[in-house]
Design a binder for this molecule. Structure first.
Ligand code: TYD
Ligand code: MG
Length: 427
């Protein structure tokens, strides 16, 4: 921070802190308006998630407003950056690039161009020859980040540093920069899916609750105003094993499909979880077995969240349990029903946080019924709340009408119950 003489606070001009809107709606929402001049932001994510793409779009968007924007490209040549930019659209004349891995060159470029926004991609590939150690070493990364932070504070551009993290959440490199920077953004998503989340992990100029949603498309990253169609569009509600959960990401709720598949396959009692915590899957399966009379012994269980999202929170226990029970019994759940609640070891359905938000989003997307814990507050008017005390009760209520509809009509063949595992039964 530049030093000042002591002055009465009321006489200080606070306008310097007005954020520079990036023009990309979801980015500005997460940042509570935009990138603050003179501030340093760290954006981290796994390789391939789309950091360079998103930030090139941010640079172009800022440059389109007539402000200068500079990309310090330490990983890709200027020609490679140009090729990427062409894919993303028109290249504005005020978008500059300098390909260098030297922190000194980067500083010189900032001095020459005087941009309003500087993106350094990535901070790990930048080196500071003065710092002694090898490029990429912790002390190098820190030293480069410190130089850029000083530069931001002295000259006033908003600086964004890109940091790579590894899949297993090893954030050792960029995370050690957190205390050095004003804002930390995490860019997340499964490379094989199109959905991306931008999350403010630390934000000196606003709250950290906001989450931005994007879709990775052919021509770059696109804001998603309504994630509903993307997350639920391919759902086949009539297939047993599909349940709908309302999870919470930051301050917003996302309604997602949880799928389960149960097989008497060669895998024995193996459990496979994708996007669902493996321990929760094992616990919920044990509760179904012991408290709801649904036998899973010796069966292979699969559970996943569609769309590449994670549903690792207690509120997803009940839909996970219902998906498993539905897959096991072959009884599909009603397609207009969501459920939420933590499942306790006694089979009880417990209260969860953020119920209002979850129910509001489910109602907005057209769901008409919600299975909720008995203590849940009232929900939106168009959503009927069905209070349930236990997993067994929840499943009975959910599939009761399906069963009733089926009973009067004798099954064409077989013993009247659905095969335990449709895949093995049909082979
Ligand atoms: P990239 O921004 O290079 O990721 P990161 O900087 O985080 O390592 O983008 C990675 C992937 O995104 C790459 O596999 C190609 C894909 N992509 C698109 O799908 N659409 C696009 O318009 C662009 C430029 C890339
Ligand atoms: Mg990159």
């Amino acid at each position: 921070v530049p030093a000042t003489d002591p002055v009465p606070l009321v006489s200080v001009d606070g306008r310097g802190a007005r954020p520079l809107a990036t023009g990309i709606g979801e980015v500005d929402r997460v940042l509570a308006g935009g990138l603050v001049p003179g501030s340093v932001t760290l954006l981290y994510g796994e390789p391939g998630v789309g950091k360079s793409t998103l930030l090139l779009q941010v640079l172009a968007s800022v440059a389109e407003t007539g402000a200068r924007a500079l990309l310090v490209s330490a990983e890709e040549s200027a020609a490679q950056v140009r090729a990427r930019a062409e894919r993303l659209g028109e290249i504005p004349p005020d978008l500059f690039v300098v390909a260098t891995a030297d922190a000194g060159d980067a500083e010189a470029a900032v001095g020459a161009i005087e941009p309003a926004l500087v993106v350094v991609d990535s901070v790990q590939t930048l080196s500071d020859p003065g710092a002694g150690s090898a490029p990429g070493a912790v002390s190098q990364v820190r030293s480069c980040a410190e130089r850029l932070a000083r530069l931001a504070r002295a000259r006033g551009p908003a600086v964004v540093l890109v940091g790579h993290v590894t899949k297993d959440g090893d954030l050792a490199g960029p995370r050690m920069l957190e205390h050095l920077v004003d804002t930390v953004l995490a860019f997340e998503g499964d490379r094989h899916h199109t959905l991306r989340l931008l999350r403010a992990v630390k934000h000196r100029f606003g709250t950290t609750g906001e989450v931005g949603l994007f879709e990775m498309a052919d021509r770059g990253v696109r804001d998603i105003a309504d994630p509903g169609p993307l997350l639920l569009g391919d759902r086949r509600a009539e297939v047993p094993g599909s349940a709908v959960a309302a999870i919470v990401e930051g301050r917003r709720s996302l309604v997602v499909e949880i799928q389960a598949l149960v097989c008497a396959g060669a895998g024995g009692a193996r459990r496979t979880a994708v996007g669902v915590d493996a321990r929760r899957l094992a616990t919920v399966a044990a509760v179904l077995e012991s408290r709801a009379g649904i036998s899973l012994a010796g069966l292979e269980l699969f559970a996943s969240v569609a769309g590449g999202l994670r549903a690792n929170e207690p509120a997803a226990d009940l839909p996970l349990a219902l998906a498993l029970a539905s897959a096991t019994t072959g009884l599909a759940l009603p397609d207009d029903m969501v459920s939420l609640g933590e499942v306790g070891l006694a089979g009880e359905v417990r209260q969860v946080t953020g119920i209002d938000r979850r129910l509001a989003e489910a109602g907005r997307l057209g769901f008409r019924r919600a299975l909720v814990p008995t203590s849940a507050p009232t929900g939106p008017a168009d959503l009927e709340l069905v209070r349930v005390a236990s997993v067994a009760e929840a499943f009975e209520l959910a599939v009761g009408e399906v069963r009733d509809r089926r009973h009067p009509v004798p099954p064409v063949r077989g013993g009247g119950t659905m095969p335990l595992c449709p895949t093995t039964a049909s082979s």
